[in-house]
Design a protein around this ligand. Structure first.
Ligand SMILES: *[C@@H]1O[C@H](CO)[C@@H](O)[C@H](O)[C@H]1NC(C)=O
Ligand SMILES: *[C@@H]1O[C@H](CO)[C@@H](O)[C@H](O)[C@H]1NC(C)=O
Ligand SMILES: *[C@@H]1O[C@H](CO)[C@@H](O)[C@H](O)[C@H]1NC(C)=O
Ligand SMILES: *[C@@H]1O[C@H](CO)[C@@H](O)[C@H](O)[C@H]1NC(C)=O
Length: 281
């Protein structure tokens, strides 16, 4: 093996305290909610969450992470999924928690899901952006990723960036960078707001609803103590980012997605922020 190759393998591997083996839910997550409604099958490769009138269900990663790239393949609730929300997010604990959210808002059969995103830093969110998808997310699995470095948070769908949240601490906007986060997923009833703002309710004759997860990958620093995760500019394991700058092609894709598929952007909601838009906008 050439020295260059060896070196590059070392450099890729070095910043990670550990790289969990992908796709074994038994070793990677705990089911935390809903009892039998959450099921791991296929030798740990598949996790199915379900929702009925009595309860939803959910799971969380055993590890906490500080920076890195988290990937999950998800096949969303098919058919009439109106009122249901499938959530997949990173979150720390405590009153001033940080959080990076994907929430998939269901809809009537044939009507489009909405991908709802948000970023909380130091307990404060209110940074929603929403998108339609360019495919039917119930037909097969698609990959939803969060790429989190000290400089950037990138939301990706099948490797296409849909949202970037930059570290603008220099302008006084706190950025999630010192609290480790777990990965969480859940399926629950939110028919008071999810579909057409709450107009369309969950049709319980269709229950149980279910969503499936596979190929959870955390190419990320596993947090064990404050000093164990290197806090520098390295964005781990992404194709879209180099030296914390989106490549030109990624930047172009981001613009295309935002112009074609964005449904809501808090940064253009002047009615909601009559005193002025948040500084990061
Ligand atoms: C960035 O991370 C690399 C890889 O772990 C490390 O060698 C380097 O010292 C770090 N740089 C800074 C500025 O922390
Ligand atoms: C559901 O479908 C309606 C009608 O096409 C659309 O306005 C709405 O944005 C869709 N998504 C959700 C989550 O309400
Ligand atoms: C709920 O689903 C059932 C079975 O498909 C259907 O007959 C009924 O009309 C639906 N209810 C509503 C309120 O749409
Ligand atoms: C890390 O990023 C900051 C801000 O973008 C920059 O000022 C600094 O030079 C970078 N450090 C390294 C080691 O690249």
């Amino acid at each position: 093996m050439s020295l260059v190759l060896l070196l590059s393998i070392f450099m890729v591997a070095a910043p990670m305290a550990s790289l969990a083996s992908a796709g074994d839910f038994y070793s990677q997550v705990d089911i935390t909610w809903g009892g039998e409604r959450a099921k791991i099958s296929n030798k740990g490769k598949l996790l199915t969450l379900s929702l009925d009138h009595a309860s939803g269900s959910g799971f969380q990663s055993k590890n906490q992470y500080l920076f890195g790239r988290i990937d999950m393949q998800i096949q969303l609730v098919p058919g009439n999924s109106a009122g249901t929300v499938t959530a997949y997010y990173l979150s720390s604990q405590g009153p001033n928690h940080d959080e990076i959210d994907f929430e998939f808002l269901g809809n009537l059969s044939g009507d489009p899901y909405i991908v709802h995103t948000n970023v909380f830093s130091q307990g404060k969110g209110n940074r929603e952006q929403q998108f339609y998808l360019w495919f039917d997310p119930t037909k097969k699995f698609h990959t939803y990723s969060i790429d989190w470095s000290p400089q950037l948070i990138i939301f990706l769908v099948d490797d296409t960036p849909i949202r970037v949240f930059k570290n603008l601490e220099s302008t006084g906007v706190p950025f999630p960078k010192s609290q480790a986060m777990r990965v969480y997923a859940s399926l629950w009833n939110a028919d008071d707001w999810a579909t057409r703002g709450g107009l369309v309710k969950t049709n319980w004759t269709q229950a149980p609803f279910s969503a499936s997860f596979r190929n959870f990958k955390a190419n990320a620093c596993v947090w064990s103590s404050a000093s164990s995760c290197v806090k520098n500019n390295t964005s781990l394991g992404t194709n879209a980012v180099k030296d914390n700058v989106l490549s030109n092609s990624a930047q172009k894709k981001l613009k295309q997605v935002q112009s074609k598929y964005m449904v809501y952007n808090y940064c253009t909601d002047f009615k909601r922020f009559p005193q002025g838009l948040p500084p990061e906008c």
